[in-house]
Design a protein around this ligand. Structure first.
Ligand SMILES: *[C@@H]1O[C@H](CO)[C@@H](O)[C@H](O)[C@H]1NC(C)=O
Length: 250
């Protein structure tokens, strides 16, 4: 197969050379020795044009290669889903302070959206994040990992109730809450659906339907991966370690 291909290619090359020779001069092809031996104006011109052709060819190939690389780079960055973006919320442990997207910089973050009246899903997910943190450690790794809880129930979740709620989970949890508009905006940025109406009764007894994901953000505050409810602790630990390792190697 290979030799067949090769002979076909060389046959095609030969015929192309012949056509060119026939086309450029009517003389029968001279023996190879003479062509190399005599340096006529015609052969000089041929030499120059071949040289120019080669330079053009390699420049063209290089440009193609660069374009290909650029495309790959772009598809990589475009391949990253647009999750995350600017936000500004109240830092529940210091309610006079705002916590913004800029506070994600310099640390890996695991972000979970939920509400404190959530009967079982949120506690299970926050337990999972706590287990991940216990396994990885928040300070032992080279780059710290911060767990963040963002409330999707701004009508009932106050900084106080969130702080009290987070006591049951990892001590490094940062609770965040905003007003309705701020909550809506951060949820939109993170592609989180939540069902709390804007006029929800703060004393109401309602459940909030919301997307269940744990988001991993890198130390530049960029989205890395979303772990759904089915992702087990070990899987998250492995993935986080892989990403941290890959980034420190970069
Ligand atoms: C949030 O509050 C905690 C506790 O006071 C503090 O350690 C942390 O630096 C604050 N973060 C921001 C971004 O305000």
């Amino acid at each position: 197969m290979f030799s067949l291909l090769r002979s076909r290619t060389s046959a095609r090359l030969c015929s192309r050379l012949q056509t060119r020779r026939v086309g450029s001069s009517a003389e029968p092809p001279r023996p190879q020795r003479n062509v190399i031996g005599t340096f006529t104006p015609a052969s000089a011109a041929l030499f120059v044009s071949v040289g120019v052709g080669l330079v053009w060819y390699f420049r063209n190939e290089k440009a193609k290669l660069l374009e290909q690389r650029e495309k790959e780079r772009m598809s990589k960055s475009y391949g990253r889903p647009h999750v995350g973006g600017p936000f500004s919320l109240v830092n529940c442990s210091a309610p006079d302070k705002r916590f913004t997207h800029e506070d994600l910089v310099g640390k890996w973050s695991l972000i979970y959206f939920g509400f404190t009246n959530c009967p079982d899903i949120c506690p299970a997910e926050l337990d999972k994040v706590t287990a991940v943190l216990n396994e990885i450690g928040t300070t032992n790794s080279e780059i710290p990992l911060q767990p963040i809880f963002i409330s999707v129930d701004p009508a009932r979740d106050t900084p106080g109730t969130i702080q009290k709620y987070l006591v049951d989970f990892h001590p490094s949890f940062i609770g965040l809450v905003g007003d309705y508009q701020e909550t809506k905006s951060v949820c939109k940025a993170y592609r989180v659906y939540f069902s709390t109406p804007s006029d929800a009764d703060p004393k109401g007894d309602y459940l909030v339907d919301h997307s269940i994901f744990v988001y991993l953000m890198d130390p530049e505050g960029r989205f890395v991966e979303a772990f759904g409810q089915v992702a087990q602790k070990d899987e998250i630990v492995d993935k986080v370690r892989q990403y941290v390792l890959a980034m420190t190697r970069e």
